[in-house]
Unconditional design. Structure first.
Length: 559
């Protein structure tokens, strides 16, 4: 790490940060009064003291991450530092005697930055702002102001700031003591927390944004799901859970393997409503709705669950819902819906239309040790690393488990395993290892509960996607030429099929025509749009009905 001023040996890229900033205007925005430097004549930003982070080998980090099937998902490389903002930053004293310190932090190639303040002491009236450097002449965006009340366990873990340079700005009124703010960790985002990264690894093209019309029947459940960072460089998914407490406690369910502990729960920052504004964009959801701090109250590795109580209720303006749940040991869902954040990206939704089975983790045999649900494969969309901790909802709109791990992806139509909520409910037999004491503290004996703020579909009501139909099978598979594509229609309609190669390109489209309710087949001769036989390889057949995507199946052509 180096410090200095432009002209003192700092690379030229620091002086032109605006040209290299990650283009994500609107993904974060002001949350209160603007920084003083936005309206006062202070030292020019280009002349600020700058802390330059060491180079990050993004490719090496990505290689380390490759092939992971569970565990917290790393999106940022940590720089461990000691940056005292008021000692090392540039000071401006205003006419009324108040003071403004600014320190610029640069980490070349970062897609975003976030900061762990391991010392966070602000006097009354003082505040902290953070913003991307080089905004002059453009839309002014910032995070803050943050005050002394925003610290958790004497620390403060910031939201993410887009770009490879950020400015930390501290204001203190006249006559007050000097603030003491020490940054102990700068996190360099090498993967792309705000959206698609340059490596193209996330998310898979088969995922479905929750804004898409296919998700309309699940609006209430979607509102309960969030994504969170831990120590500023790990990320997992999770969801709020309804409870029988009064008033309602802000309980958030995630996976044990995501690593939330009693020593790092104060660094947990949950982001709500990180959703694409455009169906099919799979990118660039806002991160303005976020909160810091939680207390881990229960954890059990057998069913891989962690329950935390957030330090505060989500802001009512964020419209967060509390998901229902089902802890009945003998309940067997006939399908499931997943709502999650694949990678570090926006919220998506997936469907499995087959009964889920009771197994051990990563095993197919039934019932195994009974700790997990196995989803045989996803008929619509998938999950990815980073989806860990996200829930599956049954046909009654209740969470029955959270994602532990598996092999599913857009290019691998294979299985996932979820820790069973019925096992988590009883856990290891103590309050620290089970859900029951927190979701039903009065021991009423209730074993299932509908969501709050919606999500209370009746037992008889099936998800809209299940009522439409499904892609059933492709035979023969592997195939040397022609195949038969089997599909079901629950209410009839005109089905369509796209054949997609491994690069995500549609190489052939088929129209099945109008069919009534029932089971049907359509033939495909293995050719592309030009009528020529497609080369040997892996392809995917996607079935659609109207605006709804009903399933994806892999087919292998051999020549």
């Amino acid at each position: 790490m180096r410090r200095g001023r432009p002209g003192d040996g700092i690379p030229a890229w620091i002086l032109v940060a605006a040209a290299f900033s990650f283009p994500i205007a609107g993904a974060y925005a002001f949350t209160g009064d603007a920084p003083m430097s936005f309206s006062r004549s202070l030292t020019d930003e280009a002349l600020l003291e700058t802390a330059v982070m060491p180079a990050v080998d993004a490719e090496a980090y990505l290689e380390e991450d490759e092939g992971k099937i569970d565990g917290p998902f790393r999106f940022a490389a940590p720089h461990y530092v000691y940056l005292n903002v008021t000692e090392e930053g540039t000071l401006d004293v205003l006419a009324d005697g108040s003071r403004v310190w600014r320190l610029r932090v640069a980490s070349e190639g970062a897609l975003s930055l976030n900061f762990g303040f391991t010392t966070y002491d602000l006097p009354g009236g003082a505040s902290l702002h953070m913003y991307e450097a080089g905004q002059a002449g453009g839309e002014l965006l910032w995070e803050g102001p943050f005050s002394a009340s925003d610290r958790v366990e004497r620390e403060f873990w910031s939201p993410v700031i887009p770009g490879e340079e950020a400015v930390l700005e501290v204001y203190s009124p006249a006559g007050s003591a000097d603030p003491r703010l020490v940054v102990g960790q700068v996190n360099h985002d090498y993967r792309g927390f705000f959206g698609k990264a340059d490596d193209g690894s996330l998310p898979g093209s088969c995922n479905i944004d929750v804004i898409c019309p296919q998700a309309d029947a699940w609006r209430d459940e979607i509102r309960s799901a969030g994504v969170y960072t831990l120590n500023g460089n790990w990320v997992c998914s999770g969801q709020m859970l309804n409870s029988l407490t009064s008033p309602k406690d802000p309980y958030f369910l995630t996976a044990s393997h995501c690593g939330v502990s009693t020593s790092n729960d104060h660094t947990m920052r949950v982001y709500w409503n990180k959703e694409s504004a455009v169906c099919g964009n799979l990118c660039c959801g806002p991160v303005t709705d976020n909160q810091l701090g939680a207390e881990r109250v229960a954890n059990y590795t057998g069913s891989d669950f962690t329950l935390v109580r957030l330090n505060a209720d989500p802001d009512p303006d964020w419209d967060v819902a509390y998901a229902g749940w089902d802890a009945r040991e003998d309940w067997r869902p006939q399908g499931c819906t997943a709502i999650h954040h694949p990678g570090t990206t926006v919220k998506t939704i997936s469907w499995n239309y087959d009964p889920i089975t009771v197994t051990s983790y990563l095993q197919n045999a039934q019932p195994g040790n009974g700790t997990h649900w196995r989803v045989d494969d996803w008929e619509v969309a998938t999950t990815e690393v980073g989806s860990s901790g996200s829930g599956i909802w049954d046909e009654n709109r209740r969470v029955v488990g959270q994602l532990h791990g598996g092999y599913a992806s857009c290019s691998s139509i294979t299985s996932d395993w979820y820790g069973r909520l019925s096992k988590s409910f009883v856990g290891g037999g103590s309050a620290a290892t089970r859900l029951k004491d927190w979701l039903d503290p009065e021991n009423t004996g209730v074993e299932y509960l509908d969501g709050s703020g919606g999500g209370s579909a009746s037992v008889e009501e099936a998800p809209a996607a299940l009522l439409a139909g499904a892609l059933r099978s492709i035979t023969p598979n592997p195939a040397t030429g022609a195949v038969r594509i089997g599909f079901d229609l629950a209410r009839g309609g005109s089905a369509r099929f796209d054949v997609v190669d491994v690069a995500g390109r549609v190489v052939r489209s088929l129209e099945a025509g109008d069919h009534g309710a029932g089971s049907w087949t359509v033939a495909w001769d293995g050719t592309g749009r030009d009528g020529a036989s497609l080369p040997a390889g892996v392809y995917f057949v996607r079935m659609g009905l109207g605006e709804r995507l009903l399933g994806t199946q892999k087919v292998i052509l051999v020549r």
